[in-house]
Design a protein around this ligand. Structure first.
Ligand code: NAD
Ligand code: TYD
Length: 344
């Protein structure tokens, strides 16, 4: 199979590219990535000269580039997106453009090149926020609450509309919070690990009682691979880690594993509109695809910490570059303050 991977220089895309080339020795992978602040060509450096790998720098909103690349592909796995909730709260424009218009641009090109299989990678955040009980599944109503999740929800709807209207051969996956190597150090787990490695405190939002269901990125990549090859057209698959943690508990695990105490926690103002709880019921993927999360959380988190320890130059370059300006705007150069929630 010739697979076009959009956003393949980002966190999950990078892991998926390595997974595919390893698991499918005859497949060819082309990455289309605009190399935004979150895209990093260094991730794919080990693939330079690889006979089954090609990289194309370009924007998923660029019809010409998208059309050319899709013409030479059997399948598209669509990761490219603006992915960070806090950034979407500060400015949603790039989220609307890439996540919505970019997805439609890809769908249009697939439609003009019949039989190109399209797998859309989405998030559980489109379902909104759970109370203390219950789990999201494929039938959960959409209730996105952040500009990020609203833009992903719009994209999901467009993909489903392409199936219903044009019978475009699509599948969708909605997955919980990923962790693992190559995650940009603005998300909780890599931010906290790298802050601690720099001797800085870790900014815990609000009361720390928000819950996320953490899945190792390798488990997610296996799930997408199965949905792409064995999923039923037009169907959605939910992948979760069966691994709910409050942010406070997760923080304590990271602190403990890295040999720090709770004094390194910096309580900061809550994220505006902060969703309380996400958790996924993966029964459909388990039953129909034979998928199960395989990486035990404690093993995954230890491996992830070890990866950030071993790859210090990777994240130090990111944290000392343009990202530094963004981060210091939130926390100040010393990393201690955070602007007030505008609603308080
Ligand atoms: P990421 O921010 O690490 O990577 C996004 C990649 O997309 C980057 O390489 C970036 O350069 C590229 N990109 C952005 N705009 C582009 C454009 N206009 N054209 C081409 N490329 C562009 O994101 P991630 O965490 O790897 O997430 C990948 C996908 O998975 C996203 O669609 C996200 O919504 C979804 N998802 C993420 C998580 C998670 O926990 N990270 C969970 C569920 C679903
Ligand atoms: P994040 O990694 O940004 O993922 P998402 O918002 O998509 O779930 O955040 C995970 C959780 O951690 C979320 O409840 C917000 C919280 N959080 C903090 O407490 N401090 C931080 O510095 C960050 C980035 C997130």
């Amino acid at each position: 199979m010739r697979i076009l991977v959009t956003g393949g220089a980002g966190f999950i895309g990078t892991n998926f590219v390595f997974h595919t080339l390893r698991a499918h020795p005859r497949d060819e992978v082309t990455v289309l990535d605009a190399l935004t602040y979150a895209g990093n060509l260094e991730n794919l450096k080990p693939l330079e000269g690889h006979p089954r790998f090609t990289f194309a720098k370009g924007d998923v909103c660029d019809r010409g580039v998208v059309e050319t690349l899709i013409r030479g592909s059997d399948a598209v796995v669509h990761f490219a997106a603006e992915s960070h909730v806090d950034r979407s709260i500060a400015d949603a424009s790039a989220f609307v453009r890439t996540n919505i218009l970019g997805t439609q641009t890809l769908l249009d090109a697939c439609r003009r090149n019949a039989n190109v299989r399209f797998h859309h990678v989405s998030t559980d955040e489109v379902f909104g926020s759970l109370g203390p009980k219950g789990l999201f599944n494929e039938s959960s109503p959409y209730d996105p609450r952040s500009p990020y999740s609203a833009s992903k929800a719009a994209a999901d709807h467009l993909v489903r509309a392409a199936w219903h209207t044009h019978r475009l051969p699509v599948t969708i996956s909605n997955t919980s919070n990923n962790y693992g190597p190559f995650c940009f150090p603005e998300k909780l787990i890599p931010l906290f690990i790298t802050n601690l490695l720099e001797g800085k405190k870790v900014p815990l939002y609000g009361d720390g009682m928000n819950i996320r269901d953490w899945i190792h990125v390798e488990d997610h990549c296996r799930g997408i691979d199965l949905a792409l090859r064995h999923g039923t057209l037009g169907e959605t698959y939910c992948f979760g880690g069966r691994n709910e943690r409050t942010n406070a508990e997760l923080t304590e695990i990271i602190l403990f594993e890295m040999g720090f105490g709770k004094e390194m926690i910096l309580p900061v103002t809550d994220r505006p509109g902060h969703d309380r709880r996400y958790a996924i019921d993966s029964a459909k993927a388990e039953r129909t695809l034979g998928w199960h999360p395989e990486v035990p959380f404690i093993v995954g988190i230890r491996k992830t910490i070890a990866w950030y320890v071993a790859n210090r130059p990777w994240w130090e370059r990111i944290k000392s570059g343009a990202y530094r300006e963004y981060y210091e705007k939130q926390y100040g150069a010393g990393g201690v303050t955070r602007p007030q929630d505008p609603r308080t």
